[in-house]
Design a protein around this ligand. Structure first.
Ligand SMILES: [Zn+2]
Length: 139
């Protein structure tokens, strides 16, 4: 298979290795109907799709803790999310019960699923006192 889908871009071996650790850098990820098959020289394992996606969610939530959120006082529901260490900043907007961001991760999720929450989005949710998008939407 040569065509990369947006889902491939989210659940890449590079991203999985960032989460699991460098020793899994040669990981091959096969996304099947209900399971994900992870294999490489250090691992050969099936995990549920849900568990695999949750791993990425937890990774984004952990990444969100290092970010600084500033509300834009002049534009409602708009936030500047900074990574002081990397010197990067993204604008996060809450529009129609969606939390949008300009970063690559959000764009890949949106292209794949029509929705998504990146670590910048989780940082804004934390700033507002919520743990996840579902909690925010329920409130
Ligand atoms: Zn983002």
């Amino acid at each position: 298979m040569t065509t990369k889908t947006a889902t491939d871009l989210i659940y890449t071996a590079a991203n999985a290795a960032r989460i699991l650790g460098k020793r899994f850098s040669n990981l091959v990820i096969e996304i099947w109907a209900n399971v994900v098959y992870l294999h490489g020289s250090k691992i050969s394992r099936f995990v549920s799709k849900t568990a695999f996606k949750q791993m990425f969610v937890e990774f984004r939530k952990a990444g969100a803790k290092a970010l600084t959120v500033t509300a834009n006082l002049f534009v409602p529901n708009t936030y500047k999310v900074r990574n002081e260490t990397k010197g990067t900043a993204y604008d996060v907007l809450i529009i129609d019960r969606h939390i949008t961001c300009g970063c690559e991760d959000y764009t890949a999720q949106y292209d794949a699923m029509g929705k998504g929450v990146c670590k910048h989005g989780y940082a804004v949710l934390n700033h507002l006192g919520y743990n996840c998008l579902a909690d925010y939407l329920r409130a």
